[in-house]
Design a protein around this ligand. Structure first.
Ligand code: G3H
Ligand code: 13P
Ligand code: ZN
Ligand code: NA
Length: 281
């Protein structure tokens, strides 16, 4: 396919919106994301990530995505989410359109060295690279918010020394949704300072649980790719459960109900990010 997903994110920066990265989990969730993208006329990164990889491996997840997308009219890219070095190697071999290499758990100098190596490899094959600086807490971790934030000066150095195309930052998000815990308001002033300092577009992970007005605020302060998973998975599950509880249904009907709920949830996120309508003909 002849296209440039990095271009989409630069267009989003120029146009004042954000492109979505949503995680796929099986056939029906992949179809839901493609159908939502087509319906909303929004570009989408279909992400092969931390849930699906242990379940079926990078290759099967990739092949499943390719197969489901074969007759889709959506503007999509197949993206490795939070990849390790081994997963990056496999994704390059398979022909992923876009790759996130995640060494954010390492000390800065080691993160820089490992990320530069991933960038050199991926760029050799013309694949854009996203990398992360600052840690994004996982649900269940003790959350001392500020201790997770990305540092502005480190971000500047990280981008200059690694050559990454997209920088994922930590600014008050968590992966997943914390039941009962109020979401920290996003650190939008920090986002703005990093956006002014680094030349590449910023990515915000973990947007599930972040209210739409804060999603818009983050876009306005300089985020142009946003990753979401949990809210869409929950929508899928609610559709499945509803169909299930309403009587003696076939599994296929329940999966279909999940797919339809997930389409609605994804379309709503495209609208919150401002990308709806930007992939129109
Ligand atoms: O980014 C990694 C995973 O998608 C985290 O998502 O907390 O919803 O499992 P989760
Ligand atoms: P959420 O599940 O919080 O939306 O995070 C998803 C994510 O960041 C995938 O990379
Ligand atoms: Zn993430
Ligand atoms: Na979240």
């Amino acid at each position: 396919r002849d296209f440039d997903p990095l271009r989409w994110v630069h267009d989003a920066r120029a146009g004042g919106y954000a492109v979505a990265g949503f995680n796929m989990h099986n056939d029906e969730t992949t179809q839901a994301l493609l159908q939502a993208a087509e319906q909303a006329e929004a570009p989408v990164f279909l992400q092969v990530g931390r849930a699906v990889i242990p379940h079926m491996g990078v290759r099967r997840a990739y092949e499943m995505t390719v197969r489901n997308a074969a007759d889709s009219g959506a503007r999509y890219a197949i993206h490795l989410d939070h990849g390790s070095w081994e997963e990056v190697l496999e994704a390059v071999r398979l022909g992923f359109d876009s790759i996130m290499f995640d060494a954010a758990h390492l000390p800065l100098a080691e993160n820089i060295a490992a990320t530069r190596r991933a960038v050199e490899l991926c760029h050799h094959y013309g694949i854009p690279v996203e990398a992360e600086l600052g840690k994004i807490p996982d649900v269940g971790a003790p959350v001392e918010w500020a201790s997770y934030y990305t540092d502005v000066h480190e971000a500047e150095r990280f981008v200059a020394e690694t050559g990454v195309d997209l920088l994922a930052i930590s600014a008050g998000v968590v992966h997943g949704v914390i039941p009962g815990l109020e979401q920290e308001p996003l650190a939008v002033n920090l986002i703005a300072r990093i956006a002014e300092t680094v030349p590449v577009p910023l990515v915000l992970h973990g947007i599930s649980g972040v209210p739409d007005n804060e999603i818009k605020d983050a876009v306005a302060h300089g985020v142009h790719k946003m990753n979401g998973d949990t809210d869409l998975r929950h929508a899928f599950r609610s559709g499945v459960l509803q169909a299930w509880e309403s009587g003696d249904r076939q599994l296929e009907e329940a999966l279909d109900a999940g797919r339809l709920k997930m389409i609605d949830a994804a379309v709503a996120k495209f609208h919150a990010m401002g990308s709806a309508g930007t992939a129109g003909a």
